[in-house]
Write a protein that binds this ligand. Structure first.
Ligand code: F0G
Length: 447
């Protein structure tokens, strides 16, 4: 049962089937092009789409909008120190702003960055600095029967291979993404965090944690590592981040806010560099492109994210959606991760070849059948990478109820029942940057 109740609500409605058909065609079979009003249940992302608490809204009203040195910044800085253990913090407009500020300060042309798996914007910012982004996932083959309690881990064996390939001097940063979004939201163990930190120290690289979903990761550690079963979640959350030299954070995830982000660092000189970059790209370093009220919402949300029972309920809700889908024979990556359920579209539509985007077909049909918006993370989103054909159903925080989950599962079951009717899709228009095509490309059914 949820430990909260609704006080303010937003109406949603399922548009009639003909309307869904029309707008899907008009959108070029790309649900990013749909108006949100045409969507019934929106699982496109868990980023900035959650419900804020009454305390957060109250904090919004208290926002101090001073350009420099605002009271809201002070409160935000103290919260980051308390909850995450970092004293030197630079706010940014969102997570990718933090990546730009930090990586611009850390990286030089030709450097190499290792990561358990780079999230898209992280990879883009590493590349944008002229550096090379290399993935070192412990688990490379996430499937419908992935077992493993911490399948998001970093592989130091692969890390050493990369050191051998590029030379130790080139590897200037090692990043650990917790939880590992690009690996089906799977968690990273405390032992792996320490092992990766030791590896980074040994090769003299900066150890960075992408902490977007740090509270969710902490909850998995509490559940799955007997050593931490009795440790308060807030302590696990902090302990995870202790070995890091720096963190990047999207406030739109585990700070439970609609906008915001930050980077935080240990080193005074790096802090100064980050502040200078913030002035250039984000704003004065006590507001970082945000309003004071946004800093307040993040500060309050950060504390709530590590306060039981919130995050236990969140992880459990994702697992419940997974169970409802599995009960209906929908192939999903198991165990479910922290923020989303991932359907294996290749297993669901075995007759649609990868170059006809089975994942994107599934995205379209989930919308057509039930007004459910999801996102493809397979060969349409990641051209030329040979990734599994996954479709992500990301649950916004504190937003949907059990009946919504049932509607999602029933919708998926109807799609499964009609699977023989579906052809693949082909791209009829795409933007110049192939890596960004899934945001705007248009497709049509293969004749
Ligand atoms: N790192 C990770 C692991 C992320 O999942 C995201 C965003 C970012 C960095 C960038 O943060 O959006 O605030 O700029 N992920 C969202 C998603 C967009 O849908 O998975 P941002």
């Amino acid at each position: 049962m949820r430990s909260y109740k609704a006080k303010s609500v937003t109406s949603i409605q399922l548009p009639p089937r003909e309307r869904r058909e029309t707008v899907l065609t008009e959108a070029g079979h790309n649900v990013f092009n749909l108006a949100a009003d045409d969507v019934f249940i929106d699982l496109l992302t868990d980023s900035g789409t959650g419900a804020m608490s009454d305390d957060q809204w109250a904090a919004v009203v208290r926002g101090d909008e001073a350009y420099a040195g605002s009271r809201s910044f002070k409160r935000f800085r103290e919260t980051v120190a308390d909850v995450m253990g970092f004293d030197r913090v630079v706010p940014t407009h969102q997570g990718r702003g933090a990546e730009n500020v930090l990586f611009g300060a850390l990286l030089d042309d030709g450097d190499v960055v290792l990561n358990n798996t780079h999230f898209d914007t992280t990879r883009a910012h590493v590349t944008n600095q002229g550096a090379i982004a290399a993935d070192c996932p412990a688990e490379t083959d996430l499937t419908t029967d992935t077992v493993g309690t911490f399948a998001g881990n970093f592989s130091t064996d692969r890390g050493w291979d990369a050191v051998e390939e590029h030379g130790q001097d080139a590897v200037s940063a090692v990043v650990l993404t917790i939880t590992n979004n690009s690996a089906a939201g799977q968690p990273v163990s405390m032992a792996n965090i320490r092992e990766t930190a030791a590896f980074a120290t040994e090769i003299d690289a900066t150890f960075v944690i992408d902490a977007c979903r740090f509270a969710e990761n902490a909850q998995f550690i509490k559940q799955r590592d007997p050593e931490y079963a009795d440790t308060p979640l807030s302590e696990i959350a902090r302990e995870q981040l202790r070995p890091a030299d720096a963190i990047t954070m999207s406030g739109k995830k585990d700070a439970l806010a609609n906008i915001g982000g930050f980077t935080a660092v240990r080193d005074a000189a790096l802090f100064e560099q980050c502040k200078q970059r913030a002035i250039l790209y984000e704003g004065f370093p006590t507001y970082g492109g945000l309003a004071g009220r946004d800093l307040e919402a993040m500060a309050t949300g950060l504390r709530e994210a590590v306060q039981p029972p919130y995050v236990a309920e969140r992880i459990e809700q994702v697992a419940t959606l997974g169970d409802l889908l599995r009960d209906r024979d929908i192939p999903i990556v198991t165990p479910t991760g922290g923020h989303a359920v991932y359907i294996d579209a290749a297993a669901l539509f075995p007759d649609i070849p990868a170059d006809q985007y089975p994942g994107q077909r599934l995205v379209c049909e989930l919308y057509r059948e039930g007004g459910v918006r999801t996102v493809e993370l397979g060969s349409f989103a990641f051209p030329g990478t040979n990734r599994p054909e996954l479709v992500r159903l990301a649950l916004p925080r504190r937003t949907y109820w059990h009946e919504h989950l049932e509607h999602i599962a029933e919708t998926a079951a109807r799609v499964r029942d009609r699977r023989d009717e579906y052809s693949g899709l082909e791209i009829v228009w795409e933007p110049p940057m192939e890596e960004l095509r899934h945001f705007s490309a248009e497709l049509e059914p293969v004749a």
